[in-house]
Unconditional design. Structure first.
Length: 162
């Protein structure tokens, strides 16, 4: 992995492969609320066999763990309840089949919308989705983020929404 993660390159790779996913966590906060530092990319993915295989094939050239045990990683992602973390040349990525407080990929889609990044788009949790997920997890480290997200939600509501 490089010293500085390149989440834009990683998101471009996944978007161009048409992986069914939604960006969640810190990168979604950055896409929605601006300045936020995170050390990994969190995504919620469709747990269909096709999407899992596509996700693994797409990441394999950039992730030694997946490249070295593709079939095992596909099986792991198909059965994992909590999600899995992998290191890629672009940075660390957390692959999750569901999001606390929201549910699986299909449910997460209803709390997300498309976001343009340079010349491509990804789906990311909305401010409402981020608030819901962070409230459900209830971590102390998320309290300042929740304050900022609620203030942003209030501002967005005054301006007519996201």
């Amino acid at each position: 992995m490089e010293d500085q993660p390149d989440f834009v390159a990683l998101l471009r790779l996944l978007a161009e492969a048409r992986v069914k996913m939604v960006v969640i966590g810190g990168v979604a906060m950055t896409l929605r609320a601006g300045s936020y530092t995170t050390l990994d990319l969190d995504i919620c993915f469709d747990r269909s066999p096709e999407t899992i295989a596509l996700l693994c094939r797409t990441l394999a050239p950039y992730c030694p763990t997946i490249r070295g045990a593709l079939a095992d990683v596909i099986s792991l992602l198909a059965s994992s309840e909590k999600g899995e973390k992998f290191s890629t040349v672009f940075g660390d990525i957390d692959l999750m089949g569901d999001v606390a407080g929201i549910g699986d990929y299909q449910s997460v889609l209803s709390y997300s919308s498309a976001v343009a990044i340079h010349d491509f788009e990804v789906w990311a949790l909305t401010v409402d989705g981020l608030i819901r997920a962070k409230e459900a997890v209830g971590r102390e480290k998320d309290r300042p983020h929740l304050i900022a997200l609620r203030a942003l939600k209030e501002l967005l509501d005054e301006q007519g929404g996201e």
